[in-house]
Design a protein around this ligand. Structure first.
Ligand SMILES: Nc1ncnc2c1ncn2[C@@H]1O[C@H](COP(=O)(O)OP(=O)(O)OP(=O)(O)O)[C@@H](O)[C@H]1O
Length: 642
């Protein structure tokens, strides 16, 4: 027997909110299910807690679960839970009114934003600030019936509304404990992203997308029901649990196996391989969150494309909120995959909010530190894994040297580089510094396209002769970060292709003598090449090549100039310096020839050739390659006929 249904009016604010729901402020209507499942899950948590605190409470908590029933003929979706339920008063206060003054404020602000011309963006942002929970049912239903019985109470309550001005309430004598909400669905309209929510596949898809990690089982009728034999009664429907419930990050680390981590990783990353490393983080305190992050074994093909996705998913209390949460880790850690589950954010937090949120910023800092720490751990304890990691992601990580000044030292500490010290293995800067020679106070490096190109470069000659270790930086990004990096461990970085290099303890007297011998040649050559170089001087870095071009200490190298040009930020290329090897036969020959025949026009051509060769040796084209080749061919031809 039921009592007469009584009709009540909604509060003004509730009515406004319902109107907004009906007119769909969310573009993604599937979200209604996430909201209802979250409410059901909360109700189950509450019952468990109440039972824990009061063991006289007469309730069966042995099979707490959520169930979803679909009826295509009646066009209904019913979601039930055997959780805490609600008393009649609670229904009136919690469902009939907007108990939360924040929600009322939300409605007010939303109306205002919508009145203004630029409504769209503002609306989206506002939605992210407030929860709208239960009312989101009205995005997909034109009538909602709720039947509920509070745990430990005998009387049940039925609430119903068509989302307009009123709702009805009546007492029921009987109902299962917990809450069951039936949505009388609007006709499907896929163009408006209003799908057919009586389709079990669609509903399963939404459950696994948003609610897969809910602790409680979410049950639905099994998809494959065997067809009954002729004349037999159809079997009772079988139910199965459709969510994996495997929120591994909420379980103690000791209870989770590597296989389980790998399985979760593969699901969220769509990678076939196991992760290279798993990182767990559990933060308690004013801000509570857990993270389960993975370093993949391989880089994805689009890692360097501008639309590369970030790999971290954001959850709020085990409920999926968004993919690709780029606010949680800096761009140079975009290869990290995983899950961050916060207990402090609102379920419908928007990207706009994430971007401004101080809590998110503190999360990002913490997560970044933790990832770098874990790379450091690999470098120290698992060199093979570290090498694999660096092969795949070193280039991306080094972007951090330009983006994240706060962690610059930490990134340098875990970086490794090709080196003349070892033909195969890379070196860390720490190891380089330890190997530095007596009296050496700089970290020497040279940038270039490949190990081979750098090693064959004339700049390396004196360093090789002195057995001084040089880092061989072959990634384009190296050129940029090293240019702005003050030092590592108190040692400055020094390009072997820049500035004056003096490795020789040659006698001052010998040097002075050379200077004097060559001063006429140097002055004359500077005049010949005045358009191309700012100085011609004797070199201390060459042993076998006749000449090389170097940049002044503070000038950009040609590679850097090209890089900036490619990025659309042209910087000027300063004139460079031509250095001559006084011991080379060509240079010596040029000196004596110039002394003997200062006016010979052929000699000026030879100077041009020396300059062109120096450019070629570093991989730069002479300004006029055709002229260079012609001059060379003529001179070679003449030398044969002498
Ligand atoms: N399945 C349920 N069982 C028991 N109580 C429920 C259930 N669904 C909703 N309620 C009660 O109704 C209240 C209002 O629900 P509603 O979804 O509107 O907002 P909320 O869950 O409090 O906040 P949010 O906006 O974060 O969803 C809940 O706080 C809860 O007390």
């Amino acid at each position: 027997m039921t009592t007469q249904a009584e009709s009540y009016e909604f509060q003004v604010e509730t009515r406004q909110l319902l109107q907004l729901m009906i007119n769909s402020i969310y573009s993604d209507k599937d979200l209604f299910l996430r909201e209802l499942i979250s409410n059901a899950s909360d109700a189950l948590d509450k019952l468990r807690l109440e039972r824990f605190n009061d063991d006289t409470l007469d309730v069966d908590t042995s099979d707490l679960h959520i169930r979803i029933d679909l009826d295509a003929t009646e066009r209904t979706l019913t979601i039930s839970d055997n959780g805490i339920g609600m008393s009649r008063d609670e229904v009136v206060n919690l469902i009939g009114k907007i108990a939360n003054s924040g929600t009322a404020e939300f409605v007010r602000q939303l109306k205002e934003a919508q009145k203004e011309a630029e409504g769209e963006g503002a609306t989206e942002e506002l939605i992210g600030r407030f929860g709208v929970g239960f009312y989101s049912s009205f995005m997909v239903a034109d009538r909602v019936t709720l039947i509920t019985r509070r745990a430990g109470q005998a009387e049940a309550t039925r609430w119903e509304s068509a989302g307009e001005a009123t709702y009805t309430i009546e007492a029921l004598e009987e109902a299962p404990q917990g809450t069951s909400i039936t949505l009388h669905l609007k006709p499907a309209d896929p163009e408006d992203r209003l799908f057919d929510y009586t389709d079990p596949r669609k509903v399963r898809e939404i459950v696994t997308r948003y609610s897969d990690f809910i602790t409680w089982p979410i049950r639905m009728e099994a998809l494959q029901v065997p067809t009954p034999e002729e004349g037999e009664e159809p079997p009772a429907p079988e139910f199965e649990t459709v969510n994996s419930r495997k929120a591994l990050w909420t379980r103690p680390a000791s209870e989770v196996t590597d296989e389980e981590y790998a399985e979760l990783y593969k699901r969220i990353s769509h990678d076939w391989n196991d992760p290279l490393e798993t990182i767990r983080l559990n933060i308690e305190g004013t801000l509570q969150y857990q993270a389960l992050l993975f370093l993949p074994e391989r880089a994805t093909a689009n890692l360097f494309s501008p639309d590369a996705k970030h790999g971290v998913q954001l959850y709020v209390n085990r409920v999926f909120v968004m993919d690709d949460a780029e606010e949680l880790l800096p761009p140079y850690l975009r290869f990290v995959k995983g899950v961050v589950d916060s207990q402090d954010l609102a379920l419908n937090v928007s990207r706009e909010i994430l971007q401004q949120d101080r809590q998110i910023e503190s999360m990002r800092k913490r997560l970044t530190k933790r990832v770098l720490q874990s790379v450091k751990g690999l470098a120290a304890n698992e060199p093979e894994k570290y090498t694999k990691f660096w092969d795949e992601f070193g280039r991306v990580l080094k972007e951090g040297l330009l983006q994240d000044f706060a962690n610059r030292d930490a990134i340098l500490e875990v970086s490794s580089f090709l080196t003349t010290h070892d033909p195969e293995k890379r070196t860390s800067l720490r190891d380089y510094v330890e190997r530095m020679q007596e009296g050496q106070d700089k970290i020497y490096f040279l940038t270039g396209d490949s190990r081979q190109a750098i090693e064959n470069s004339p700049y390396m000659e004196a360093f090789r002769a002195k057995e001084l270790e040089v880092l061989l930086l072959t990634d384009p990004i190296d050129e940029v970060w090293v240019d702005g990096m003050p030092e590592f461990d108190g040692k400055q970085f020094q390009s072997v292709a820049k500035g004056e290099i003096d490795l020789d303890e040659k006698e001052e007297a010998e040097r002075e003598e050379q200077k004097e011998q060559f001063s006429g040649l140097l002055t004359w050559m500077s005049g010949v090449l005045t358009e191309d170089v700012k100085e011609v001087r004797l070199s201390n870095r060459l042993t076998t090549s006749p000449a090389c071009v170097v940049s002044d200490e503070n000038d950009a190298t040609p590679t850097l100039v090209n890089l900036y040009r490619a990025m659309g930020q042209p910087i000027p290329q300063e004139r460079r310096i031509l250095e001559l090897n006084p011991k080379h036969a060509l240079v010596e020959g040029l000196r004596t020839a110039h002394e003997a025949r200062p006016e010979d026009p052929k000699l000026a051509e030879t100077v041009e050739l020396v300059h062109g060769m120096a450019l070629l040796a570093e991989g730069t084209q002479p300004d006029d390659p055709a002229r260079f080749v012609n001059l060379l061919a003529t001179q070679l031809g003449e030398s044969l006929n002498k």
